[in-house]
Design a protein around this ligand. Structure first.
Ligand SMILES: [Zn+2]
Length: 143
């Protein structure tokens, strides 16, 4: 597991999610779930996809789907609260508009997919206020 700060986030979209393998055991095999508790995972029809550029000057851009239990949970919560028609707008507001603002320093937690060690997936987002992060020693969050 690693953490990095994207140089620039270039987009966010909600894509149709791939169906899961038939068992959670197969899913656990496919993904390194670290300490995420598999029993809390439920399939959601949308995948939260972020595109960004890293600090590499030659960066061609990256896109990653967020595999965070909290994302699925907010989908279910917003669906109940706002209904099918508004759920995507509300998710975008919560998971993009309010996170990627000039006063926040977004960090990405990433992990490998065990079968494809060079493929990273996004396990979580951490978006403290930028002014708070500036007090933290740079070596805690190597860029
Ligand atoms: Zn890059």
């Amino acid at each position: 597991m690693g953490i990095f700060r994207p140089a620039e986030v270039t987009g966010f979209r909600l894509a149709s999610a791939e169906p899961w393998p038939t068992s959670k055991a197969a899913l656990a095999d496919q993904l390194d779930m670290f300490d995420q508790d598999l029993s809390r995972l439920e399939w959601v029809p949308l995948e939260f996809r972020y595109s960004f550029r890293c600090a590499d000057k030659e960066c061609p851009g990256h896109a990653m789907g967020l595999k965070d239990w909290e994302a699925g949970e907010s989908y279910r919560k917003f669906l109940r609260k706002y209904g099918e028609r508004a759920v995507q707008d509300k998710l975008r507001e919560r998971w993009f508009d309010r996170m990627f603002t000039p006063d926040r320093a977004v960090h990405c937690f990433v992990g490998n997919i065990s079968a494809h060690p060079k493929t990273f997936m996004l396990l979580g987002l951490f978006y403290p206020q930028r002014k708070v992060v500036e007090y933290i020693q740079e070596d805690l969050f190597p860029l």
